[in-house]
Design a protein around this ligand. Sequence first.
Ligand SMILES: C[S@@+](CC[C@H](N)C(=O)[O-])C[C@H]1O[C@@H](n2cnc3c(N)ncnc32)[C@H](O)[C@@H]1O
Length: 201
Amino acid sequence: MNDANATRVNIGCGLSGIPGWVNIDNSPTIVISRIPLLRRWLKAPPWPRDVKRLDVRKGLPFSDGNVQYIYSSHTFEHFSYEDSLALSKECFRVLKPGGAIRIAVPDLGLIVKEYLSDPAPLASHTFLSRLSLSHSLRDILHPGSHHSQMFDSRSLIHLLGSAGFVAPEVKSYRQSVLPDIEQIELEVRRGESLYVEAKKQ
Ligand SMILES: C[S@@+](CC[C@H](N)C(=O)[O-])C[C@H]1O[C@@H](n2cnc3c(N)ncnc32)[C@H](O)[C@@H]1O
């Protein structure tokens, strides 16, 4: 398989999956959006047809060493630490040697820094609301509504290291070995994101 045909997987793609990638998401609104009456009634978002509905906490549907690139933006923080570690190990399993993973998450380090330098009397409220850690009924329909954990660079690097990746590294926006990074990495997430990338050796 040449690189253009190498399997590329986007975990928790939301509405921003791109062609040429296996775009995976678990939102129940994917099913709803495919039933016209329900789609209008429940105002479901317009999910692209190619999105594969799958709960990645149950594993990835690829055999060992079959995937070249994995991208995931603002999704790992929606899992418990245990689930994110199990998923990272799955990513390690399915990647080929030389394959790469890139994870973007909201940057807890940045949120804390901004809180500490915010003189507003209710800066503490802003800080807590930015963590978005309170689950609600909305999570049933929109599993991307609230966070289950937050990462800083130390914990995200530790997560990937614990899954078997050697020397995960903090990267800047669109600084990557992944092809299509210009299309897949969202500009709108730039100011709030921490990016960590690693290769399977
Ligand atoms: C905050 S959105 C991020 C969407 C997009 N990647 C972005 O950066 O804008 C998180 C996505 O993860 C998906 N998600 C949450 N839990 C999931 C799971 N267990 N399996 C697959 N996708 C999941 C949600 O449905 C949601 O679309």
